[in-house]
Write a protein that binds this ligand. Structure first.
Ligand code: CO8
Length: 187
């Protein structure tokens, strides 16, 4: 039974069209930004690792550490939501290659996620409607076919690159773009 009310996607959508240069299934997606809390080498970060799956999916996983606790021995729900933001964003960024930001993120926590467990997240592209990109994901405990612990749905909104330079750190953005040009880091 779905615990998230409402139909999904909530609007009429077009099927997602993969970018012609989207990485092939099996490709390791690496780190998109070294200082990203989700995938970067940040102390206490999630250190989420992702690769392209079949059927317009991205497969991600991360292991819950003591740095991620909300209650003793249990993952904090907000950090789990962060993992889904990252996994969904990775599907959008890598498969569609459209610059986009999270507009809405819904999470459905079904089972506790203990410290030491590994969450296997499968994120899929559900469809697009103009600038709106709908994605969803399930996170399974300790195995790709383990029980679903968390589900999420996200709306990403395509933005111009100026979104990042206007609101973020333009110098860091330029350094990141330079690194991507040199192909050191995935987009
Ligand atoms: C590989 C990379 C992985 C990275 C993963 C991490 C991704 C992130 O965490 S991004 C950071 C978190 N997100 C943000 O900071 C975004 C902040 N918000 C914004 O900048 C703006 O609100 C933004 C860009 C989402 C939308 O603003 P704007 O460009 O003016 O568009 P706007 O007209 O308001 O919305 C566009 C459409 O989306 C819809 N929409 C926007 N937000 C929502 C929402 N929360 N719920 C429902 N619909 C929404 C609007 O209704 C509109 O629909 P329509 O076209 O049918 O009228």
């Amino acid at each position: 039974m779905s615990r998230v009310p409402g139909s999904w996607p909530p609007v009429e959508i077009e099927p997602p069209v993969l970018h012609p240069n989207a990485p092939a299934p099996g490709t390791d997606l690496g780190v998109h930004f070294a200082e990203c809390f989700g995938c970067g080498e940040v102390e206490g970060g999630l250190h989420l690792r992702s690769s392209v799956g079949d059927d317009q999916t991205v497969q991600s996983k991360f292991t819950v550490t003591r740095a991620h606790q909300g209650a003793p021995g249990l993952a904090h729900g907000g950090l789990l939501a962060c993992a889904f933001d990252e996994a969904l964003g990775s599907a959008v960024g890598n498969l569609l290659r459209r610059p986009a930001v999270t507009g809405r993120l819904e999470t459905d926590f079904r089972r506790p996620v203990p410290v030491g467990s590994t969450l296997y997240i499968e994120a899929r592209l559900d469809g697009t409607a103009g600038r709106k990109i709908y994605v969803s994901a399930d996170g399974r405990l300790d195995a790709p076919d383990g029980p679903v612990a968390v589900s999420a749905r996200g709306l990403f909104v395509q933005v111009g690159i100026e979104h990042f330079s206007t609101h973020g750190d333009p110098q860091a953005l330029e350094k990141l773009a330079e690194a991507q040009r040199k192909n050191q880091i995935n987009p």
